[in-house]
Structure formats: C-alpha cells, structure tokens
Ligand binder design. Sequence first.
Ligand code: M6R
Length: 605
Amino acid sequence: MCGIVGYLGNVEAYPILIDSLKKLEYRGYDSAGIAVWCQGKIEVARHKGKVDELRGACKNGFEGKMGLAHTRWATHGIPSERNAHPHRSQDVVVVHNGIVENYMELKEKLRAEGDTFLSDTDTEVIPHLIKSHMNKGEDFVTAVRSSIDDIAGSFALGIIREEEKTLIAAKKESPLVIGIGDGEYFIASDVPALIGLTNRFIFLEDGDMAVMNEDGIHLTDLEGKGVDRPVQVINWTAAMAEKGGYKHFMLKEIFEQPRAISDTLIGRIREESGRVDFEELELPGISRFKRIWMVACGTSYHACLIGKHMIERNLRLPVEVDIASEFRYRDPLLTTSDMLILVSQSGETADTIAAMKEGKRKGAYTLAVCNVVGSTLARECDGVVFTHAGPEIGVASTKAFTTQVSVLYLLMLHMGQMLEVLDQDTIRQKIGEIKKIPRKIQLALEENENIVELARRYMKYRNFLYLGRGINFPTALEGALKLKEISYIHAEAYAAGEMKHGPIALIDENMPVVFVSPHDQTYQKTCSNVQEVVSRRGNILLCTDHDGHEMREATDTLLHVPGTDYDLQPLVFVVPLQMFAYHIANLLGTDVDQPRNLAKSVTVE
Ligand code: M6R
C-alpha cells in the first residue's frame, strides 16, 4: 500500500510530482522518492520519512518534463532510503504499489544472470526483469509486458527509461488512474492526487497497460490487444482537497459532515411523495433476496453493524455482518438469493474486494456503498450507491462513516418501498428525520470548545472503555477506534450489557468509561451500568440526548447531543466522540492526519 504518481507533458514535472505525492501521503509515509527525466538522463532522489523531507533533500537538478514519484508504506524491507522507490536497473526506473509474491524466486533467477540487488524490496525485481527482457532483444513496451507476465501478485506500476520520453502504466489489483490534460498525462493512485490538474480521468481495469508519449496514449490489455476505456469527468475541486484553514484534515472533515450528509441526500429523497430513489441503482427482482450480507473493514464495518440494526428492525429481513478479512476465508454460506453489500470509503480495500469476488463466485448480487467514483468496488460490483462525502484525506475516517450510515438508511427506505413493507407515511416520516440530521450535527459541532476542555482533563489517561447498547454499540466501537488510531491510547468498546461479564474487572479510578446513552428503551439499563461503574470508582463521561438528571450525580462529565430517530442516533452521537478523539490526539501532539503504522486505504492483505 503506497502512493504513486507520474507525469509526461510540456511543463516541469518536479513540482507537479511533489505536490501530487503530498496528497497521496495518506497511503503511506515512511519513505518517499522521485525520478525526473531530462533529455536522456533520469535523476533519482529517495529519502526516509515524509514527502516534505524528500522535498528538502531535492535542492538542485530535477528539471525535466517527465517523471515518477512514490510514497511508501513498507511491506518488504524496513523503511529506509535504500528500500524507498523508485527502483532502477541501469536506465529503467520503476515505482510500484502492490506486492510481487514470487520475488524471491525471480531474484534468484536474476542473480544467476549476474544482477545485483540494492534493496530488500520485492519491487526491485521489476526493473531488473525489464532489463533482462530488453537484453534479450525485446523493445521497451514488449519487455514491460513480458515482465508483468513473469510476476505473480498485485501491482500499479509507473515505468520510464532514459532513452525515450515514454511513460508506461499498468495495473492489477492495485488502484491506478490516468489523468488526461492538455497535451499531458498524469498517473496516480487516486483522483484526489490530481485534483486541480485535470478533471478528466481514465480508470484502468485489471490487466490494462497504458503507453503514453508525445503522440498520445495507447491502451491495451497484457496481450497487447487494444482496449477502450471511457474518459470520465470528476468535478472535485482543489479546495475540497485542502485544509481550508483547519489545523488538520480530520478536523475539517469532522466539520464538513453536515454538508457531506446534505450532499448525500440530494436528489435521492422526495418527502412529498414519500419516495427514496438512487439514480445510479436498479435492484432487479428485489424480492428474490432472502438475506443480506454486509461486509467491510474498520470504520466501514461499524457502518455495516448500524445498517444491520436498521434493516432488520424496519424490514424484518435477516442481515449478516462480517469483517472482510474473515469473510473471504471462511467459505461463507452465500447463495444466489443473497445480496452482498460491500461498504468502503476508498473502494480499494484489498480484503473487501476479495469478499466481493467471493460473493460473485457464489452467485450473490453484489452492491457497493462507496465514496470513490471509478474505484475497483464501484466498477466491479453489480450495483453501486455513492456516498457524496467528497475526498476524505485524514487517515481516520469521519465524514465517510456518517455518509455511509446515511446511505444505508436511504437504502433501507428504498428497499422498504420496493418490497412494500414500509408504507408511504412511514417513509415520509423517516425522510423528514434524516433531513434534520445536518442541522443536528451542526448543533453537536457547537460543543467543540467544551470538548477541547474535556480533552485537556482526559488526555492523561492511558486506557478508556466505551459502552453502548443496540444501534449505539457500533457507535461505541467507532468512538474507541477513533481514539486509539490517532492518540495511541488504548480504548476498548463493549456492548454495555457485557460489562458485567468481564470488563468490569478493569474498572478503577484510572479507567474513564464513555457511555453512549440515548434516552430510548435502553436508557434505564444504562443508568444501572453507570451505577455499577460508580461503585468501583470509575470515571464517567456520559454522552446523551437527555438532561441526564438520573445520572447527573454519578457522572463526571455530561456531553449533550440533540435527540433523533432511533435509526439515526449513531449519526449524531458519533460526532462528539470524533471530536473528543481529535482533541486528545492534538493535545498529545500526535500526527493526527497520518497516524503511525496506518494508511488510508489498505490495498494489500
Ligand atoms: O476505504 P475503506 O472504507 O474500505 O477502509 C476501511 C478501513 O481501512 C478504514 O475504515 C480504517 O479503519 C480507518 N482508518 C478508520 O478510521
């Protein structure tokens, strides 16, 4: 999992490559490198650390109108300059995102031919293979194709050589997009890297290879047969991919949630007629689906858990939720009468894509809920519904989560109307409730200053417990994940009723307990849990939509949010938890947008 960019055109490549690479840093940031081509020479620089450190190291040179760059998340070989990309063999230079599974075997073969390797990476075999084929008489393009044929595994590749102004890109199971400019071409791991440079994109499919030079672009499959891929226009603006005055992308994205949810609702709901429709989705023969599966990773998995509550409660249709990395290997009992919903911000998470493939193999109907147009899931599922969150740059997911939950709610209403299990009045009333959500989140955001103060009080603790019930157990899971991801504080979430079955042993004055507790049928139960914590000297932070008078005495801190429909509670309750995690991490001085060891989209297993 890494980020790659490339440029071929008429202006200086270096600033374009470095700026675009910076936007890909969320994909990996333990080392970075750049290669710039200038009239028959390729200058390469690599550096351990982030893109800014690479920028600092590239003082002179690097003039030229073609080049490649890479930001790395280490898989094979520790983060170091020698393992940073680009890798080269003589005049051939390569950047790679993916894994060459048979690299050991290839390395041995190439060593036997006399090659020497300078890194511990799997990638380094690729330029050597290309050279090896060229030494046997193949031209550059054919040699790239033959090398790809030699390797097993996944790749998004950018390749250049000194002797010609040609940029080659190829893709299998790792994302790669081509940006089309005016007499210029860009390659990148995703669209946001190229925002502001072009709005016209070609999304390569697995097995595609693109050869770009001053005569144009030639797209083929790996056998060399021409393929046609549409040019798609994506109108994300440069401002969307900038911090806009916020200290971190994460904070900006938390504050964007009212807008992101409004955008996700637009054009899909009609309150007057009580209808919810998706322009991009047709669900053929919906009544044939006897069961729904929802599969995802991380935060997107938490959105699925919420979706299960919504669908089972309202439609009385059974829903199974699974973690993609488990689902893909456990021979799940899927049939042709199942619908498999894959939820993913990026649409590129390797485990979720593998789960989709498993679903297809077993004949299930696959539906992606996804934020990135043109991503693998969006392209390969039978159906897709987009969240309109806009680009999410912070590694910790926030607005992607709330827009996913919003889409799952709309999907539940859409299915309810198609299956005729929800009448128009109910749908109308539920549409009315979600329309109020952006305003309610806005009110929750107004607690920001209070939450900064809370964060100051709580930042000293090293462990937290998060408890919630029903549809808010996943909210608690999400709150705990946010805290651990960005502050590196240990946080554990449990269904509140489970506390007495084990976690209660952990409670003492050093264990703050965050209760997610709306005033619904679960409220009184939570009051009892609060008492159980108080009796053990635990420190309570209560997040509720009620005045909390029953618990006021017992509670150290009350976080108030607006009340809403049961199905929509997580949308409002998660907001203070996101802010709480953010402010603790910010006060502790961690790298909030790029927390250690994490990457935005996990495109390797
Ligand atoms: O792009 P995806 O939604 O498929 O990504 C899934 C997870 O990797 C992601 O949600 C991850 O858990 C985030 N870091 C959560 O903040």
